[in-house]
Design a protein around this ligand. Structure first.
Ligand code: G6Q
Length: 556
C-alpha cells in the first residue's frame, strides 16, 4: 500500500536502524540529567494548539529523537496516508471500506468525496433530523404513549455503539438537561437492563437502539427484553412507536423489529463503530446536552482534524503523541499506556480509549497479511486521578515496569467548591514531577531515615509522561481530546502498516458463543464436541443453571 510495504517492513528501514542506534545512547540517560543539560527543554518540548497544551518534555527522549521519529513517519508514508483517509480512499483494506469519521464533523461548507459523491450534505441531513428529534424531546413536545413527556432515555448498544456516547454523556453531564435521566445498557447480562429500568416508568421512557448492523446479539437481546418490559406494562403494540427509535444502517432489520421507519437515524458503512460518536450514535448525548453543544463538540473535533491534516509532524499533537508511544513500545519495550485524567467527569475516558486503541491497533499481521516483527498497540488502561494515586500509582513509581503515562487536566473546575480545584491541580502537577525526577538515596538519607529503611523510600524516577492541559472541560475540549487520540491511533497504525479499522479478533468468540447457546438450552444432555475443558464447563453450567432463565423484573 505504501512505500515501505512495497519494499520492506518498517523495522528493516534505515530510519528504524538509526533510531535503534540512537536508543542505545538515550536509554541510559536520566530525565534529571536531560533537564539539567538543557535549560530550554521544557519550552522546546511543549506545544499549544487551539488552547490544548501538550508538555512532552518529561519523556526519555531528545529533540534528535523527535527528528528521527518524524523521519520514520515520513518513511512510512504518513503524509500520503492522511491524505488518503481524508480523500475517502479504501484504507480499511480487509473490509474494503473508506474511513471517513472526519466527514461527520466537517462543516457544511466543506465537501468530502466518496466515489465521486460528496458525503457532507448527507451527514448534515441526518444531523438536522437528530436535532429536530432532540429538540422535540428536550422541549417535552414529544409525548409518550399515555401523553407524558420523556423523562428517561435508555441507550441500548454495545462496543462502539455504547462506549462513545456513554463516555461523552458522563464527561458532559454538567452541560446536560438534569431533568431527564440517561442510562446506557450494553451488557447481555440482564443485570444492567434490570438496574437501568427499575426506577423508570415505561410511559416516560425512550429507548434508543444503537446498532449499525442491527444483528448484534447483546443489543438485540436487550432491545427485545426492553420491548417486552414496555409492552407488559403498556399492553399496546402501538406504544413501541412512541418509545423506540433506532440508529442503524440496516433499515430492513430495524423494520422487522417493529420500529417506525420514520424514527430511524441512518449511519454509513464508512463510519467504524469505535469512531461513530459524532454520528447518530451520539443521539442520546445530543438529547442530553442539546444540538448547539453537540455542534460545539464537533467543532472541537474538526479543529484537531484540520491541525492533524495540515501541521508539520514535529508540531502536530496527534503525531507527536503517536511517535512518543512508538518510541516506548518498539524501542523501550513498554507494554502498556496509562491514561490518567484529573477529572471525575472523564471517568469513562480510559475505557473509551481502551477500545479505540486496542481494537484498532491490536493487530499482528500487516496490510499484506504478513506477521509483523515488531510490537504494535499497547495495553491501554487507567483511572481518574486522584483515585488512581491511592491504588496503582505505587507500581508506576517503584515497580519494575516502564509505564508511559498521559496526564490530562483542566485549569478551571466545572464546580468551584472550596479549595478542591487547587488540591486536584496540585496532584495533577506533582505526579509527573515525582515520576520524572524521583527522590535520590542522598535526599532520603538527608531526611534522617534509618539506613535499613532507605532503599524502600528511594524513588528512581525517570518514569516518562505527557501532560495535556486545557482550560476547562467543555463540549469543544472533549471533541479536541477524542480527535487527538483518534489520530494518534491512526498514525501509529500507519507506521506499523496494519489495518487500524477492522476488528476480526472479536469474531471467533462470538461465533463459538452462537454454538454454545443451544447446548446450554437443550432439554436433554447435548453431545459436546469442544475441547475437554470447555465441555466440562458447559456441563457444570448446565447443572447449576436455574430452570427458568427468562427476564423477570422483580418488584423489590
Ligand atoms: C467497533 C466495533 C464494535 C461495534 C459493536 C457494535 O469499532 O465495530 O465495537 O461497534 O460490535 O456493533 P453494532 O453497532 O453493529 O451493533
Amino acid at each position: 500500500m505504501d512505500a515501505v510495504a512495497a519494499a520492506t517492513t518498517i523495522s528493516e528501514t534505515a530510519e528504524w536502524a538509526t533510531l535503534d542506534a540512537h536508543f542505545a545512547e538515550v536509554r541510559g540517560q536520566h530525565l534529571r540529567d536531560l533537564f539539567a543539560s538543557d535549560p530550554t527543554r521544557a519550552t522546546e518540548l511543549s506545544l499549544e494548539v487551539d488552547g490544548l497544551y501538550l508538555d512532552y518534555s518529561k519523556n526519555r527522549l531528545t529533540q534528535e529523537t523527535i527528528r528521527l521519529l518524524v523521519a520514520l513517519a515520513e518513511r512510512a508514508g504518513l503524509r500520503q496516508h492522511i491524505a488518503a483517509m481524508f480523500a475517502g480512499e479504501t484504507i480499511n483494506v480487509t473490509e474494503q471500506r473508506a474511513v471517513l469519521h472526519v466527514a461527520l464533523r466537517a462543516p457544511e461548507s466543506e465537501s468530502i468525496l466518496l466515489d465521486g459523491t460528496d458525503v457532507v450534505p448527507e451527514v448534515h441531513r441526518v444531523r438536522r433530523k437528530m436535532a429536530a428529534f432532540a429538540d422535540r424531546i428536550r422541549s417535552d413536545e414529544w409525548k409518550g404513549h399515555t401523553g407524558k413527556p420523556i423523562r428517561n432515555v435508555v441507550n441500548i448498544g454495545i462496543g462502539g455503539s455504547d462506549l462513545g456516547p456513554h463516555m461523552a454523556y458522563t464527561a458532559l453531564q454538567d452541560y446536560s438537561d438534569r431533568w431527564r435521566t440517561f442510562h446506557y445498557v450494553s451488557n447481555v447480562d440482564a443485570t444492567q437492563l434490570w438496574e437501568s429500568l427499575r426506577d423508570c416508568e415505561p410511559d416516560e421512557t425512550l429507548f434508543i437502539v444503537c446498532s449499525k448492523t442491527f444483528t448484534t446479539l447483546e443489543t438485540l437481546a436487550n432491545a427485545r427484553s426492553a420491548r417486552d418490559w414496555l409492552l407488559e406494562r403498556l399492553d399496546d403494540e402501538a406504544a413501541v412507536k412512541k418509545h423506540f427509535v433506532a440508529v442503524s444502517s440496516n433499515a430492513e432489520e430495524v423494520r422487522k423489529f417493529g420500529i417506525d421507519p420514520a424514527n430511524v437515524f441512518e449511519m454509513w458503512d464508512w463510519v467504524g463503530g469505535r469512531y461513530s460518536l459524532d454520528s447518530a450514535i451520539g443521539l442520546s448525548l445530543m438529547i442530553a446536552i442539546g444540538p448547539g453543544r453537540f455542534g460545539e463538540m464537533l467543532a472541537g473535533f474538526h479543529a484537531i482534524d484540520e491541525h492533524f491534516r495540515t501541521a508539520p509532524f514535529e508540531r502536530n499533537l496527534p503525531v507527536l503523541l503517536a511517535l512518543i508511544g512508538i518510541w516506548y513500545i518498539d524501542f523501550f519495550g513498554a507494554e502498556t499506556q496509562a491514561i490518567l485524567p484529573y477529572s471525575q467527569y472523564l471517568e469513562r475516558f480510559p475505557a473509551y480509549l481502551q477500545q479505540l486503541d486496542m481494537e484498532s491497533d491490536g493487530k499482528s499481521v500487516d496490510l499484506d497479511g504478513k506477521p509483523v516483527s515488531y510490537a504494535t498497540g499497547p495495553i491501554v488502561w487507567g483511572q481518574p486521578g486522584t483515585n488512581g494515586q491511592h491504588a496503582f500509582y505505587q507500581l508506576i513509581h517503584q515497580g519494575t515496569r516502564l509505564v508511559p503515562c498521559d496526564f490530562i487536566g483542566f485549569a478551571q473546575p466545572n464546580h468551584a467548591i472550596g479549595e478542591h480545584q487547587n488540591l486536584l491541580l496540585a496532584n495533577f502537577l506533582a505526579q509527573p514531577e515525582a515520576l520524572a525526577f524521583g527522590k535520590t538515596r542522598e535526599q532520603v538519607v538527608s531526611e534522617g531515615v534509618a539506613e535499613e529503611q532507605v532503599a524502600a523510600r528511594v524513588f528512581e524516577g525517570n518514569h516518562p509522561s505527557n501532560t495535556i492541559l486545557a482550560t476547562k472541560l467543555t463540549p469543544y475540549t472533549l471533541g479536541q481530546l477524542v480527535a487527538l487520540y483518534e489520530h494518534k491511533v491512526f498514525t501509529q497504525g500507519t507506521i506499523w502498516n496494519i489495518d487500524s479499522f477492522d476488528q476480526w479478533g472479536v469474531e471467533l468468540g462470538k461465533m463459538l458463543a452462537q454454538g454454545i447457546i443451544p447446548e446450554l438450552e437443550a432439554d436433554s444432555e447435548p453431545e459436546l464436541h469442544h475441547d475437554p475443558s470447555t465441555n466440562a464447563l458447559i456441563r457444570r453450567c448446565r447443572g447449576l443453571m436455574p430452570d427458568d432463565t427468562s427476564f423477570q423484573r422483580s418488584e423489590s
